[in-house]
Ligand binder design. Sequence first.
Ligand SMILES: NC(=O)c1ccc[n+]([C@@H]2O[C@H](COP(=O)([O-])OP(=O)(O)OC[C@H]3O[C@@H](n4cnc5c(N)ncnc54)[C@H](OP(=O)(O)O)[C@@H]3O)[C@@H](O)[C@H]2O)c1
Length: 260
Amino acid sequence: MTVLVTGATGHTGRHVVAGLRAAGVDTRVLVRDRAKAPSGVEVVQGDITDPAEAADGVDAVYLLWPLFAADGIARTLEPFQGKKIVYLSAMSAEHGGVWGDVEAAVEKVTDDWTFLRVTGLASNALAWAQQVGTGVVRAAYGQAKRSVVHERDVADMAVKALTEDHAKQTYLVTGPEAIAQAEQVRLIGEALGKPVTWEEQPPEEAIAQLSRYLGADFAASAVHHWASLVEDPEPVSLDVPRVTGHPARPFAEWAREHFS
Ligand SMILES: NC(=O)c1ccc[n+]([C@@H]2O[C@H](COP(=O)([O-])OP(=O)(O)OC[C@H]3O[C@@H](n4cnc5c(N)ncnc54)[C@H](OP(=O)(O)O)[C@@H]3O)[C@@H](O)[C@H]2O)c1
């Protein structure tokens, strides 16, 4: 079989490529910049919104939809009619939004779909990297408890779904525990070998800051979501151990890999 990996230069996609190669699966990547493509795979240069050339002849796709709206998703998915689609989704898809819209569009083109709904990616913590250097991370809701998942666990789930029969399965993909954002920052400090502390940022300030990258609506909904996680932590799922056969990697391991 041949598998197409989209987002192959990104946090999860690069590990999906590595996992497929290790499993001996013929792998093709769709990248915007050929120079950034991983080595040892077939490369098609292009945009996710126009994947016809990349989709031609493949049996399965690891699908990322890196855009904030699902406009154009139906046309994008046309070349994947009847193929296996493993889509990196979000827990919030159950309430619709862009991830819900993409899931609905995927279901219209194939019966062989698998949805990997993550609560949050551990790689979100890289947004704090610059502040970590100063020893203080100023952000909102340090006591929001998130079950962030290591990108390698997402990739391990994806490789299983791409190479085995996981048709019509929706998995909740989380880390092994829900930990406070302030604790994540402390663990990054531990990995670095120097203390890093959390400074609480007023929510309005956080929304204004995040709006620059995410847009006002998305920023506001993200910050309101974190507020809810102070009293009501994100769920922890056993789907990673069930599907991959190994425990989900703890955040401390992610922090050591990225900050030590
Ligand atoms: N962050 C979270 O907590 C969270 C939670 C739920 C779901 N998700 C989903 O996870 C996705 C991010 O996954 P990730 O962390 O593995 O990726 P990532 O590290 O954010 O990288 C994004 C990837 O998408 C590629 N890309 C961006 N725009 C593209 C376009 N127009 N055409 C083709 N490729 C394009 C980028 O390629 P370049 O190298 O060319 O930039 C890169 O490979 C999000 O889009 C979201 O849907 C994230």
